[in-house]
Design a protein around this ligand. Structure first.
Ligand code: ADP
Length: 227
């Protein structure tokens, strides 16, 4: 069986000026199987977010191969890439990134509309908000929700199009320990019940210990002895 996600010898250089660049990834390789929940850890600046964004079709690479759900991402054009991302990928962020002027259900429904759900978007949004125990807060706007509730709404938004994988960039980084625990348990439960794969960049030992596996990064590479 082929992996759901595979990165092979991925290089990424950010060019800042004529002789000013950063080699964020220097030959990173990894595989993630469908249904896994994995953490990516490593020092700040080791390339974790860059790799996450590349696997999630949010950023391009300079060389190497990236595969997602049977498609070779690094050879796809912009339109195909956007389609693949909308169909197969959900994202959650440290700062939740909800639209502050929209209610919880409108935030989630918007993602469903982008994916072409049309009039069924609101119903789909209501269903996933129930899944994250936020049914009674669907008409609240983000400023009226706690951090944990905002992250649950963001998880609902990530889930609404039934993606194969949810990528999280420090999903508990802005939460107190009680809310972090709640979010970790919720991701674990969704993973077990729906088989959605989770790939989580984290500094939080509680997140790492809840995962099936921990991938370590250092200096733009996945450390090989732990592959
Ligand atoms: P981590 O997530 O492990 O902290 P990042 O992937 O964010 O690491 O960053 C890896 C390196 O790439 C860092 O040196 C960072 O400063 C640099 N970097 C990340 N994003 C950009 C960008 N958009 N432009 C320029 N440099 C960047």
């Amino acid at each position: 069986m082929t992996a759901l996600i595979a990165g092979r010898d991925v290089h990424k250089r950010y060019v800042l000026g004529k002789e000013n660049f950063v080699d964020a990834l220097r030959g990173a390789s990894l595989e993630v199987e469908e249904g896994e929940m994995v953490a990516i850890i490593g020092p700040s600046g080791s390339g974790k977010s860059t790799l996450l964004h590349i696997m999630g079709c949010l950023d391009s690479l300079n060389s190497g191969e990236v595969w997602l759900a049977g498609r070779r991402v690094d050879t796809l054009g912009r339109r195909d890439l956007t389609q693949l991302r909308r169909k197969e990928v959900g994202f959650i962020f440290q700062t939740f990134n909800l639209v502050p002027s929209l209610t919880a259900i409108e935030n989630v429904a918007l993602a469903a509309q982008y994916a072409g759900k049309g009039r069924r978007a609101r119903e789909a949004a209501r269903q996933v908000l129930g899944q994250v125990d936020l049914a009674d807060r669907e008409n609240h706007r983000p400023p009226e929700l706690s951090g944990g509730q905002q992250q649950r709404a963001a998880i609902a938004r990530a889930l609404v199009n039934k993606p194969k994988v949810i990528f999280g960039d420090e999903p508990t980084g802005n939460l107190d320990s009680a809310s972090s625990g709640e979010i970790v348990r919720m991701m674990r439960q969704i993973n077990r019940e729906t088989g959605t794969t989770f790939v989580l960049v984290t500094h939080d030992p509680e997140v790492a210990s809840a995962c099936d596996r921990v991938i370590h990064m250092l200096d733009g590479k996945v450390t090989p002895q732990l592959l």
